[in-house]
Design a protein. Structure first.
Length: 381
């Protein structure tokens, strides 16, 4: 999930590199955020599902990218990044792209058929589509995160220098650096570029909380506006269709306009955030009840923050993914599919066995990739 987001996930480990105490805290925080994102790893939310039919296993994809694999949907192919590099396979299992390079903590962010692979705590960045590597970048400091927008422009957030200064760099769709921001204080956690390539938002951790700084025009070092969450933690941020930012916190979603003014998008103070996803104004949340095992609910929200669908849950949800008009839910006892109103199909009880699976990724054409430590199975509707 996009962006995304993500990208919420259980295959990634906490960062443990030898930075200063502050930098270590920042990188650990980012790793936790990515873990949460990967558990939902949502691509797209659309209207209704395809006709209701039983699901069946379509075949296994064999990725040779080493350990700590993460995946992204490229439309007509699946990308994987791991400790040994990146690889792209079509849904028939045929290899379309492979590049070997080392990553200690691999991560992927995808948007509109392009992906950026990066090494958390390292310096390696690769931008690619289903056929070729578009750009290879070596960051000058330890990478914290990276993102890509629908036009193929991408951002890399890193910590540089002896004082671990936060830096966010914007690259165009050919991999040329076009803009760079040096934070005067705080540590860069992430950066996102608007869909029109004209606005950059940088999220950083401060002594008093979290701050989002907005730069308009990408032509000056001074920011145009900022939003500060005193005493709170902003987990992620995405651009809404109206040009505002949506900030994800531990107990609410906050909309922020270009002037830094904020308004509550959705609140869930009585719940614990188990995961989230965002795509083009639509939000999916996994909300858990405090102290009641796996009891909770799934919620989808439109771009105005109104509830679209809601589903009460009482089983462990391992991973969730939206894409191509359906919601794939990997539970501890199998894979289920729902529409955006949480109407279930196939009929309740007709589950696909997925023992040992740790993540699910919805794919184009009514399919989902269910992955574990050593296997990746495509299940189609």
């Amino acid at each position: 999930m996009s962006g995304d987001k993500k990208p919420k996930k259980r295959l990634r480990r906490l960062v443990g590199i030898a930075f200063s105490v502050a930098s270590l805290a920042v990188l650990t925080y980012v790793a936790i955020t990515l873990i949460s994102g990967r558990s939902l790893d949502i691509s797209k939310i659309t209207g209704l599902f395809s006709p209701r039919v039983a699901v069946e296993a379509a075949g296994e994809l064999h990725f040779d990218v080493g350990r700590d694999r993460v995946f992204a949907d490229l439309g007509d192919a699946v990308a994987a990044a791991g400790s040994l590099g990146i690889q792209v396979l079509d849904l028939g299992g045929n290899e379309a792209l492979k590049e070997a390079f080392r990553m200690s903590r691999p991560a992927l962010s995808e948007e509109n058929g392009r992906a950026v692979a990066f090494d958390i705590g390292g310096t390696a960045v690769r931008v690619f589509n289903g056929k070729q590597v578009i750009a290879s970048v070596e960051a000058s400091g330890a990478i914290v995160s990276a993102s890509i927008n629908r036009n193929g422009w991408f951002c890399v957030s890193a910590q540089e220098g002896g004082g671990q200064r936060g830096v966010a760099t914007v690259y165009d769709d050919r991999g040329s650096a076009v803009y760079r921001v040096n934070l005067a204080s705080g540590y860069a956690l992430s950066a996102v570029l608007s869909p029109d390539n004209k606005s950059l938002a940088v999220l950083n951790l401060t002594d008093g909380g979290s701050r989002i700084t907005i730069y308009q025009g990408l032509n000056k070092q001074e920011s145009d506006s900022a939003f500060t969450l005193n005493g709170g933690l902003i987990i992620d941020m995405r651009y809404l269709p109206n040009g505002n930012l949506l900030a994800f916190t531990a107990d609410s979603l906050v909309a922020i306009d270009k002037n830094g003014a904020s308004s509550i998008f959705y609140e869930f103070f009585d719940k614990r955030l188990g995961g989230y996803a965002y795509d083009d104004g639509t939000v999916a949340l996994h909300l858990l009840d405090y102290g009641v095992g796996f009891s909770g609910r799934l919620v989808t929200l439109n771009e105005k923050g109104s509830i679209v669908g809601e589903l009460v849950t009482n089983r462990e949800l391992v991973s969730i993914s939206f894409g191509d008009g359906f919601l794939a839910v990997l539970r501890s006892d199998g894979l289920m599919f729902y529409d955006t109103l949480f109407q279930e199909f196939p009929p309740r009880g007709n589950h696909v066995p997925t023992a040992g699976a740790t993540s699910v990724l919805s794919l184009k054409g009514g399919a989902a990739l269910v992955a574990g430590e050593n296997s990746a199975i495509v299940i189609s509707t």
